[in-house]
Each structure stands twice: as structure tokens, then as C-alpha cells.
Design a protein around this ligand. Structure first.
Ligand code: NIG
Ligand code: FE
Length: 420
């Protein structure tokens, strides 16, 4: 995260819509409770990096003219695969002509291809590409995001990926977290079982750096099984880490009950969630992280987003930014997909990529909603919130603020920000 000094006071004056949570102090917003999110006119004052009042202070050091605009909490992208090296556009070209992801992966593409690219890239090249993506995310309103390892595919490779994630966090404006996706693909020369032995053996070294908050696994026919998910859950619990899991993406393996029993903080993808597992997930303290970018670009099945909201789940939307299944970094675009594909309301989609995403990363006390005392992470839209989805593909973000500092200002919106 950038160390630039916070602006003393910033006043956002006269917004047409200002997003407020249904109640103060919520950890997350389940299901239909999102309909109680406020989007009324309002002003906001950030002092010393924190939200200090819901009123305009004409004497503030910076005044943001928010007339006709919407003020949202900064978007939180809780599922990305940054940092990574290069892209896999040729693979996408094959997939749109019907070649399945699994077939490409078995033939040496997929995660294996990105692992080779990472191995061959210098640290600086990886950081430069990833920091460029973080700047794109800033321009789309993302003020905090998750980094994952997972393209290391060896002990040294995973430790390097986590070191790069930490270095990326130091280089970008956003707050970042690091997830060790140690069980992403089975490395050459290993079985899934023998690789899990290696994962267990490398865990002390992974934890030694101190920056890792969660462990993650890809449960799929081409990767790991529910038994491995259970095993990783036990390792995460013993280490005091959160458990995240990529499940039910390409096939249905009934991994959700296993993940919930293992205490998972989130289950991600869910494109082939079994209908019988919706109710259990809706009642669990476990986020349902939906990734409609991967579903759309991969012609995957569609997660039951509407049923999860109706059931009362902690529904989250994220980009899944990665060079394979989802080369997308814009949460406004993801909101547009989710509203259309799942039938979500604007408020449900907004809850999903603000407070609920922050909860998934353990950041909900500081971020994810506009509440007194929280950080001044604010997105200024040049439109009503409902236009995020409706004007699909257009970026409505006029400016992005972190701790009250303007960290991205679209040139045509510069006139709105005046220093006293
Ligand atoms: O979340 N599903 C596993 N991992 C990624 C894909 C990674 C890749 O193809 O590089 C995902 O979609
Ligand atoms: Fe992913």
C-alpha cells in the first residue's frame, strides 16, 4: 500500500446518492437484507483518513463536488490471482471454439502454462504487469484486493509468488491481502496426495513471512479432491488461517458441505453448485463467492446467484482476475454480468463487492461500507448506481479515493476536486 500521507480533510458535497449499510456495525449483509441499503442524497467528510461525518464541511482541505454523482464505499475484490506473468489469449481463442478448459490444461496449457511464464519472468516484470493491472482496478473503483499464489507449482515457486504478492502490496495504492493457493494444480512428478504432503511440509516456510491470511485449493477432476480439501482445512485451522476453496466450477463434486464442515471462510465459483447445497450454504458463516466473469468467458454453468440471495447467503462478487479463465479486473463489469445473469438487484450486487467481499478477506472492520470511523475509501460515480449494470461495459467511476486521498481521477472529472 502506498505510504503517501493522508489528506487532512476531504469533503464530498451534495451527492445524489450515498450508499449506507442497512444498519451500522454489520459484518456482512445476508440475502435480501441488501434491499435495505440506503442510496439517498448525502454528503461525507473524511478527516485524517477516516470517515468523520455525513455532512459537508466547506472548510475542508479538499472539496469534491459530488452533485449528480453517487458515493460508494471502495470496491473490494476478494478473489484475484494477482500477481501473474503474461496472458493466455491463444487459449481463449481455442476455448471460444469449444475446446474444454480441462482438455487444454491436460495438454500443458492452463495453470501449467502460467506457471512456466511465471518461472521465466523476472520479479520486476511480474510486478510491473501486476501493478499496471492494479492501476486499472483503481480506475474501476477497487480500493482493496486479494492476491493469490498458485502459479508457483513448487515449494520455491510458491514462496516466490507469495513474496511477489507482498512486494505488489507495497507497490500499489490499494490494501492487499495474500492467500496461499498451495493446491492449485498437481505439479509434474507428483500425485495429488504427494503434493499435499509437500504442502504440509512447506507450510512453516509459507507462514514464516507472516503475510499470509488464508489457504486455498482448487477442487476439480483435474486438480484436488474433497479429501484434500478436508486435509487443507485441518492445516488452515491448526495454523489459524482462513480456508478458501475453488469448488463446483467445472463439475459438481459436492464439495460445499465438506468445505463448510472444514470451517471455510468462503467457497468460490459454485457454477455447478448442487441444488441441495444451497440451503446449507445460505445458513453457514461462509461466503458464496460468485465469479460471473469466468462463467461468461468460459461458457461455464451459471451459479444460482438468485437462489443464494433469496436463501440468505453471504453472496460475494469478484473478478477472479487471472490469465486463464477471467482476464477481467473491473468490478463494475462484474456487477453488470451478475445483475443480468443472476437476476440480482443493484443493491444486492453492491453489497456483494463491498462489505461482503471485505468480510471474506477479514477487512470488514476497516473497509467495505461508509460508516463513521471506517477508512475513507470512496468511489465517486458520475451516474446513479443502477447505471453500473444497465450501461453495461461503461466505466462510471469518475474518481477513486483511499483514506480520503484521490488516487485516481478521470480527467473529465478533475474539475470536481478543488483544494482550498
Ligand atoms: O479461479 N479454477 C482454478 N483457478 C483459476 C483459473 C486459473 C487459470 O486458468 O490460470 C480460476 O478460474
Ligand atoms: Fe480463482
Amino acid at each position: 500500500m502506498s505510504t503517501a500521507a493522508a489528506v487532512g480533510s476531504v469533503s464530498f458535497a451534495g451527492a445524489a446518492e450515498l450508499m449506507r449499510p442497512p444498519e451500522e456495525g454489520l459484518e456482512h449483509i445476508r440475502g435480501l437484507h441488501a434491499d435495505a441499503i440506503g442510496l439517498a442524497p448525502g454528503s461525507l467528510l473524511v478527516r485524517d483518513g477516516r470517515i468523520a461525518a455525513f455532512e459537508h464541511d466547506p472548510g475542508a482541505e479538499l472539496v469534491v463536488d459530488a452533485r449528480g454523482c453517487t458515493l460508494l464505499p471502495g470496491f473490494v475484490d476478494c478473489h484475484t490471482h494477482l500477481p501473474f506473468a503474461g496472458w493466455r489469449a491463444a487459449e481463449y481463442g481455442r476455448r471460444v471454439r469449444g475446446v474444454p478448459y480441462e482438455e487444454i490444461a491436460r495438454a500443458g496449457g492452463g495453470i501449467g502454462a502460467s506457471a512456466r511464464a511465471l518461472r521465466e519472468a523476472s520479479d520486476e516484470d511480474v510486478l510491473e504487469q501486476s501493478a499496471g493491472l492494479a492501476r486499472e482496478m483503481l480506475a474501476a473503483g477497487t480500493t482493496a484486493f486479494e492476491c493469490k499464489s498458485g502459479y508457483g507449482l513448487s515449494r520455491e515457486g510458491e514462496l516466490r509468488a507469495l513474496a511477489l504478492a507482498a512486494a505488489l502490496g507495497d507497490r500499489v495504492e490499494q490494501a492487499t491481502t495474500s492467500t496461499a493457493l498451495l493446491a492449485h494444480a498437481v505439479p509434474a512428478g507428483h500425485t495429488a496426495d504427494s503434493w499435499m504432503d509437500e504442502v504440509e511440509a512447506m507450510l512453516p516456510a509459507v507462514l514464516a513471512g507472516g503475510g499470509v491470511g488464508a489457504l486455498d485449493i482448487f477442487v476439480e477432476s483435474i486438480a484436488f479432491s474433497n479429501a484434500h480439501l478436508e486435509r487443507l482445512g485441518a492445516l488452515a485451522a491448526a495454523a489459524g488461517l482462513a480456508l478458501r476453496a475453488h469448488v463446483e466450477q467445472l463439475g459438481c463434486h459436492r464439495s460445499v458441505p465438506v468445505a463448510i464442515a472444514a470451517g471455510a471462510r468462503s467457497v468460490d465459483h459454485l457454477s455447478q453448485l448442487h441444488p441441495d447445497d444451497v440451503a446449507a450454504l445460505a445458513a453457514a458463516p461462509c461466503a458464496a463467492v460468485l465469479l460471473p466473469g469466468a462463467e461468461f468467458l468460459g461458457a461455464e454453468h451459471r451459479a444460482p446467484g438468485r437462489a443464494l440471495v433469496d436463501g440468505g447467503a453471504i453472496v460475494v462478487l469478484s473478478t477472479d482476475a487471472n490469465p486463464g479463465t477471467s482476464p477481467i479486473v473491473s468490478l463494475p463489469l462484474v456487477i453488470g454480468l451478475a445483475v443480468r445473469l443472476y437476476g440480482l438487484s443493484t443493491r444486492e450486487a453492491l453489497a456483494a463487492c463491498t462489505l461482503n467481499a471485505a468480510w471474506t478477506l477479514g477487512l470488514e472492520r476497516e473497509r467495505g461500507s461508509l460508516e463513521l470511523g471506517k477508512r475513507g475509501d470512496v468511489v465517486l460515480l458520475d451516474s446513479p448506481a443502477e447505471q453500473i449494470a444497465y450501461r453495461f461495459g461503461r466505466n462510471p467511476v469518475a474518481a477513486t479515493f483511499i483514506d480520503g486521498r484521490p488516487v485516481h481521477v478521470r480527467p473529465d472529472a478533475a474539475w470536481r476536486i478543488r483544494a482550498r
